[in-house]
Structure formats: C-alpha cells, structure tokens
Ligand binder design. Structure first.
Ligand SMILES: Cc1ncc(COP(=O)(O)O)c(C=O)c1O
Length: 292
C-alpha cells in the first residue's frame, strides 16, 4: 500500500486518487502542461513554459526550503503524451537551483532511447538530480526498476552510513534479482550493438509524419509526439474515455494493440521497427479512426 500510495500521491491522475484513498500528505501537484492552444503541435509547444511557475508559487507559499523534491515526467506519458513546452523544464531546473530543491525526472517511459536520445534529459538538455528508470531497462522482459542519482547524492547517502553497515538498507524480497539483472545487461548490450537509440532518432520523422497525416480525420481531436512516442486523441463521445476505450478495442480488432488513456492512444513503436511497420501501424490506425 505504501508503494501504491507513493506513486498515486506524486502523479496527477485523479482517477487513481479517487480509487486509492491512502495518498501521502505534504504532496502538492503542479498543473499539467496541456492547453487547447497547443492542439496538433509536433514536438515541443511554443506556449506554456510559464506553467513551471506553479513551482515558484509553491516556494512562495510553503517556503522553498520546505520542498524536498519535484517529480516530473519530461514527457508526461500515461496522461496522453504531453510534450513539455519549450523552456518549461529549463525553468523548473532554474527554480529548483534557486531554492535547493531536487529535480527528479521520471524516465520510466522516456528513458533508453524513446526520445531519440538515451534519455529525455539529454534530448531536452536539462539535467535532473535523480532519474527513475524501469520498462526499457530490461526491454520489459523482466520486472526491474532503478534510480540514477548524481554523485553528490550517492556520496551523501553512502557517507552517512555507519562504518561497515549497509549504506542503503531496504528489504524487498526480489531486490537485485539475477534474472532481472541478466535481462538488463543483455538489453543494454543490444541497445548498443544495434544502435537502437540512433535508429529511433532516424525513424522519428517518418513516424511523426505518418501520425500527423491522420489529423484531418473526423474522429481525431489532437495529435502529439516527440521522438518515437506519440498520441492520437479521439474526440470524446459519451463521457471522457468512453470513445477511447472503444477505439482501443477497435484497434485491437484491426490487429494492433496500443494503450489508451482517457481518449488518447499512446503510440510507441518498437525500436526494431522499419518504415513498413510504421506504414502498417498508420493503416490500422486510420482504418480504426474512420470506423469509430
Ligand atoms: C512514467 C511512469 N512512471 C512510473 C511508473 C510505475 O512504474 P513501476 O511499475 O516500475 O512502479 C509507470 C508505469 O506505467 C510509468 O509509466
């Protein structure tokens, strides 16, 4: 329950909060970065960087020194692929530096090549203090999570431990499981050997061209995307998420699976995809969007 409440507390997903009541105290959420003005923006929207000033207002309200850390997904994934407005992450970094707040990038989705760079931190040129990692760490073949930290944080933790004691004692049954570690090592080797991240970068334009070609279909409300990650949002019908759920099933019946969150389908091709696979995905998406 602690783990569930931690994630639910930090994320801005209202349905999760309504279902799981045990959220942690002393967590406040900034606004998401979506705005109608940004509809059909490819890449980073021009408008909206000032939303980062929500953090500045929290500093003024609660006192910057009382805020330990700020968690953001560099591209918000499960809320429907919200690409950060230009300057947004830079402004967050600046406010964090001014107030001694740790900046944490949740790179569970964006990490390991999805943006065309190894990490979104590099794609957007903003360096966090910590990064949470999972999914592509093992290509999803084995469950594994990791936290990458700056040297100064690593040293703070390890140097605070009593001599000969375990530096960061915790006791999950499956910590450092050999099968997961083996999967991670092989996955990372393959990423390197197959140049997966640069392949993702090379395929990005073709992928986004295909996705944005769907923009004139009647059922489409918005299209967003960056790197090899995109979203097609259908116009809501019968309440938020109802049409999205139908779209997911209809797409499955076309022979393609994509996760829908609310009314947005998250499209994230595998890095081994070739142009013909992208074409096939777009054909299936188009066919589904014409029917629903
Ligand atoms: C961005 C992001 N962060 C965190 C999580 C949760 O990760 P885990 O299942 O490793 O706790 C998810 C799960 O989908 C996610 O998409």
């Amino acid at each position: 329950m602690v783990l569930i409440s931690g994630g639910t507390s930090l994320s801005g997903m209202v349905k999760n909060r309504e279902t799981f009541s045990g959220v942690m105290p002393n967590v406040v959420c900034m606004r998401h970065t979506f705005d109608e003005e940004q509809l059909f923006t490819r890449g980073q929207p021009e408008a909206g960087y000032e939303l980062a000033d929500d953090l500045q207002r929290f500093c003024e309200t609660y006192g910057g020194s009382t805020i330990a850390a700020v968690f953001v997904e560099p591209i918000a994934g499960s809320t429907g692929v919200l690409v950060p407005p230009k300057g947004y992450l830079e402004r967050l970094r600046q406010i964090c530096d001014e107030h001694g707040i740790l900046l944490v990038f949740d790179e569970v989705i964006t990490g390991f090549g999805r943006t065309g760079a190894a990490f979104a931190a590099q794609a957007f040129g903003v360096t966090p203090d910590l990064m949470t990692l999972a999914k592509a760490l093992t290509n999803g073949a084995q469950p594994m999570g990791a936290v990458a930290v700056q040297d100064k944080i690593y040293k703070t933790i390890t140097e605070a431990a009593p001599e000969n004691a375990i530096e960061f004692a915790h006791g999950y049954t499956f910590s450092g499981h050999p099968a997961a570690c083996a999967a991670a090592i092989v996955t990372q080797d393959l990423f390197k050997k197959e140049a997966s991240f640069s392949k993702a970068a090379e395929l990005s334009d073709y992928f986004l061209d295909g996705l944005f070609d769907l923009k004139n279909l009647n059922s489409v409300r918005d299209i967003r995307g960056y790197g090899l990650l995109g979203a097609v949002e259908v116009k809501a019908k019968g309440g938020v998420g109802v049409r999205g759920a139908k779209a997911q099933i209809a797409l499955f019946n076309e022979g393609m699976h994509a996760k829908f969150t609310g009314d947005s389908g998250i499209i994230a091709p595998a890095f081994v995809s070739e142009k013909r696979h992208i074409d096939e995905m777009m054909d299936k998406l188009r066919s589904m969007l014409e029917k629903i």
